[in-house]
Design a binder for this molecule. Structure first.
Ligand code: PFF
Length: 447
């Protein structure tokens, strides 16, 4: 098969991967997961998982993608000829569609908040009133649906137009801007009265507060945040140039992604304690706290618009990477045209996203495994599909792939990569599979 067009530069490849990794997972999901699971201990376990599971699993995806220059199914067929392992791609696609569905509902929330801030409706309220604004919004089916659908429409028009690369290029300017904004907000939060309590909450691990479910949540959050287990990084790595150091690239992506998540924590928690709010508020946490923070900053209305705009952009680069997984599959494996593939993907995602958006209002009584539909899909994607996908690629690359291919890919680039390569292989063979299986078994009550 002809080699596909690649990213022109190494920076381009890293930027696209960071664009996929940095999104709502860092700024919305990480703070509320940390808040629900007691803060410091969760964050410590999270960082540990990023290092010993996240980076190696990301490398396993990079190896599969770059060694073949194909997306998941074609790559697996080429790497493991005569086997049926390529069918696992369908699990990855299911994971990506589920993730995209619940994720786009939260993107809809960001749209609503951008609209509210643009129209001046997000200023001049008390902390308690901000909680009310969120509850009233999600209780309204049409508003939730309208924004979710609008966001998905934009996402799929981008996919149709083939302008993803343009969006990714723009994100090279906008992402650093988001980063700068977070620094400003961090400084602001740290000067709030009572901020020390928030810092203590995130930086003093209290393992008494961390349950086993919290450990699984940390694992799922690490995978979600690094865009792992759904073949996304396989697709991106299929466009990488052959001569860069994968280990360095994975390290940079993981470091930047983790930095953004921790920065979001430093913005949110000092403010949570300063305002006397509950850190375990769940998915609404950030939507209650951020407007309250902007409210007491000078020029808050402008910060607010800028922030939600950049967050929306960061989310769009993540949903683009999520959409590309099933669209590339339909085009490459089923011979569909780009239009048809995009349309089919859109129909399925809109249907599931609609159920998710309605689970806060019309369908709030519908419970599956004790969870509403949104929570079910949020948990299923991070805590089941992604770790399962990670287990698959880690085991495949660690145990079954031709050693020469693995080492050739890992040792490319520089001497540091050559030194670290055995360590990565060891993590892929033993640490990642053992940790994921143990956590699964414990969670399901087998162990
Ligand atoms: N990593 C993204 C975030 O943290 O917001 C979410 C995501 C994107 C997950 C792409 C999976 C994926 F394939």
């Amino acid at each position: 098969m002809a080699k596909r067009a690649g990213f022109a530069t190494r920076i381009g490849a890293i930027a696209a991967s960071v664009g996929s990794a940095v999104g709502l997972g860092n700024i919305w999901r990480f703070p509320y997961e940390a808040g629900e699971n007691g803060g410091g201990a969760f964050i410590l376990v999270y960082v540990l998982f990023v290092l010993v599971l996240g980076i190696p699993v990301m490398l396993s995806e990079f190896i599969i993608g770059r060694s073949t220059h194909k997306s998941m199914m074609g790559a697996l067929r080429e790497l493991m000829p005569g086997s049926r392992v390529h069918w696992f791609t369908l699990v990855c696609i299911a994971g990506s569609v589920i993730t995209l569905s619940f994720y786009s509902v939260v993107c809809g929330w960001v749209c609503e908040y951008l609209y509210l801030s643009l129209t001046g409706q997000l200023t001049g309220h008390s902390v308690q009133e901000y909680g009310g604004i969120f509850s009233t919004f999600v209780a309204s089916p049409w508003r939730c649906l309208g924004w979710t659908w609008l966001f998905l429409a934009v996402n799929f028009v981008v996919m149709l137009g083939g302008v993803q690369r343009g969006i990714e290029r723009m994100s090279r300017v906008l992402m650093p801007l988001l980063f700068l904004l977070l620094i400003v907000f961090m400084v602001n939060s740290l000067t709030m009265p009572g901020s020390a309590q928030g810092l203590k909450f995130i930086f003093t691990p209290d393992f008494g507060k961390l349950t086993f479910e919290g450990v699984l949540d940390a694992l799922g959050q690490a995978f979600m945040s690094l865009s792992l287990g759904v073949a996304c990084m396989v697709t991106y790595a299929s466009y990488f140039q052959d001569n860069s150091s994968l280990i360095k690239d994975a390290g940079v992506v993981a470091m930047l992604d983790t930095l953004v998540a921790i920065m979001a924590g430093i913005v949110i928690f000092p403010a949570v304690f300063s305002f006397g709010l509950a850190p375990e508020a769940g998915p609404k946490l950030v939507f209650e706290v951020l407007p309250s923070i902007f409210q007491q900053m000078s020029g808050g209305a402008v910060w607010c618009v800028l922030f939600f705009l950049l967050l929306l952009f960061a989310s769009l680069t993540s949903t683009i990477s999520l959409s590309e997984i099933s669209i590339a599959f339909a085009i490459e494996e089923r011979g569909a045209s780009r239009n048809r593939a995009t349309l089919w993907c859109a129909v399925v995602v809109v249907a599931i996203a609609t159920l998710c958006a309605l689970s806060f209002n019309v369908l709030d009584q519908v419970k599956i495994l004790g969870r509403d539909i949104f929570t079910l899909l949020n948990d299923a994607s991070a805590n089941v599909f992604m770790p399962l996908g990670g287990l698959f690629t880690a085991t495949l690359v660690g145990w079954f792939l031709d050693r020469r291919v693995v080492r050739g890919q890992l040792e490319q680039g520089d001497t540091l990569s050559r030194r670290l390569s055995p360590c990565v292989v060891w993590c892929l063979r033993y640490v990642a599979p053992a940790a994921i299986v143990l956590i699964f078994l414990h969670y399901t009550g087998v162990l």
